[in-house]
Design a protein around this ligand. Sequence first.
Ligand SMILES: [Zn+2]
Ligand SMILES: [Zn+2]
Length: 645
Amino acid sequence: MGPSCFHHRATEIRSRFAPIAALPPDILNESVQEAMSAASAGSVIGQMIERAADGVARLLGFDPAYLFHGGTIRTLADFGQTKDAMLVKGQQIVALGRLADLRRAAPHGTVEIDLQGRTLLPGFVDPHMHIVASAGEMGFIDLSPPASGIYSIDYVENLLRAAIAKAPDKKTFILGAGIDPSQMVEWVNPTIDWFDRLFGNEDASQQNPVSLTAGSGHISFLNRTAMAMAEIDLANPPPLAGGKVATYFDGPNKGTASGVLVEMPAQKLMGKALKKSPRTLVWEFATLAGNLKKLFETAVANGNTMLNDAATGIAVGVTAERAILNAAMQAFGHPVRLGSASFIDEWGFPDSADLLISGSPDVSDPMFLKQAIKLFADGSNQGVTGLLREPYTAWGQDRVRQQYLGTNINGNMDINPQTLTQALAAAQRRGWQVMIHANGDGAIDNVLASFMEVDQQGLLNRNLRHRIEHCSILHDQQISDMVGLGLSPSFLIEHVVKWGPVLKKLLGDDRVQMLDRCKSVHDAGMPFSLHSDYTVGPLTPLKRVQDAVTRMTEGPDGGWVLNPAECVPIELALMAQTRFAAWQCHADTYVGTLEAGKMADLVILDDDPVRYANEGRAGDIAGIKVHSTWVNGREVYSREWFCAD
Ligand SMILES: [Zn+2]
Ligand SMILES: [Zn+2]
């Protein structure tokens, strides 16, 4: 994904789960809770409360207290600030200071935790990832590049052949995710013709329906059976605002559908096809619950204490997804803190802007904030759909022109500026923070112009901390404009390390330098954060910290630093993953630093990332092991539960 997101994948899932969204709230809640409880039984996460050291104390009705000492305690409230000891009582951090002083202040029965030289940090906040949609997608065939070995269209083909051979019948829908032509040794876009060759025939009745979502989430590739089920006329595909059913740009099939669906409005057409999928509701609930459990287990094992769901509702609707998340939190014992940005179907604009952006933020529950709404301005740069000021390189255009680019050589505008202005104005009136996806510099121009117009109308509320998501290609003037408008960026730093080499070819040597300008943004006075955009990237905050410090590109064409001037000092990178991320999620009064009065969301690491960086070993930071993770004063993960080292 481009960057990103997931529009498309999630739309598929939404269609598959349509029956869930249609359930009356009572039945929905009951069904979801049942499934979650079943999933939690016998699992590590389900036993957290019993296994945690404080279980007995809590059962006896008093708040356990912990005194941490014997290691490096970095508050991240300020650069270079460390403390000898930290006292936690109940859910809160009570005090930091000298061990002797805190021992005197500690209540009777305080448990001392000797860090044995380890490093204690505020828990990591992932300010932009996707929960329910990702859990749904875990059942898809994983077509993403392998950890090692060659990634090519043959690799994808072999996995698909195996899936087709295993399918019980020709009606079985083959769903793949994570396919990324931009990472292949030779860029190949699977088209209707490609699928014909895969199946060895052009007879739709002899092909299983297939839909493959690009890793960027902004494009999907369908065979002719899936196109037919979606009721798309191949000879005469429908025009769409904000996306397109791509047609062959040239050659004998010119003007007929190529099977590529570009951006959300096109991918919504998949809904019809997926509703015809034979899977049952029971299967969906049980699978979803199990996958959510895995997702949360992975999150806490990597030191995440807060996840900000960046498009709640994109899979099954806002009401249903909030119910699912609430049920999961209860069943799994509140393993993490949640924030959320409600997904707004902006393609329903502009007729009912105020209606679509309905309700108002709810930050009454510090374990589950509903603080933001989510909008999209463009696509993915590595998918050649991010909206640029100047066209993609000739090399880039040639990779996709025939199959879906056509004359859109600057990328795709997902929302037009007038509609965007209306949406932003409606959000101000309702008091919502806006998280808006914008990858290309052209899309960022549009976003800034709309914010300026809303400001001129006297409506802009800077206290809402509006964010630009990914904010990938950024010019100096745009940085100044963002400062003036009170905006801040959240970066998908994987664009630099994982896609940097291919983006260099797509954007050119100069433009690629403008990717994820962490240092410039910070120097201009803006907080920035780093996000996973899971499942676009993994739930591994320490890797993102490493990436922001080193900007070392990876893969066959990697091994070079992408714009060293934008590398940031280690503590700044850590703040981007804690303090600034919390600020951007309106959670900074609760978490993000180690300070008296804040909630005790912590991570204990075997080694100190700051020391690694200072010793010239920043490239090893991702390898530092998480020893334990604490949320709200409770240990929710410990490596010692799994191995006695
Ligand atoms: Zn996005
Ligand atoms: Zn996203």
